[in-house]
Design a protein around this ligand. Sequence first.
Ligand code: 5GP
Ligand code: ZN
Length: 135
Amino acid sequence: MDTDCIFCKIVAGKMPSSKIYEDSHTIAVLDIFPACPGHTLVIPRDHHADLFDTPAATLAHVARASKKVAHRLQEALGIDSVNIINNSGANAGQVVFHLHFHVVPRSGGDGLDFKLNRVKADAKYLEEMSSRLKF
Ligand code: 5GP
Ligand code: ZN
């Protein structure tokens, strides 16, 4: 546990939260600044700052719990769509440096927009970038 971390405090029950799910590896709590009703955070019990620091096995637990939460939101709120978001690093918008997945229920006309501004790639870019990145 990181004593300065608010999510570690929530996991330890030292800070209040609206918990909707827990298992031996994760908890899921309502976000206190919800993007929409039902916006939930899935948090591993162990402290890891972000995606880069988190062991694959822990990520698998978080992914599994996120799927459970998504189904619960579907069942309880009647939604048919969901965004799973992870911000890793300050430049990606991360504010709380204890890895978590946002599970955001989506419905028609909810006014949310997570689309990125993109333009179609040309062949040169795809060739050069894939040769830089492939491993
Ligand atoms: P990030 O930008 O790090 O991915 O998102 C952190 C999220 O944690 C934000 O959506 C924010 O609203 C939420 N949050 C911050 N403090 C608390 C808290 O004390 N309790 C809960 N439940 N959520 C929090
Ligand atoms: Zn923590």
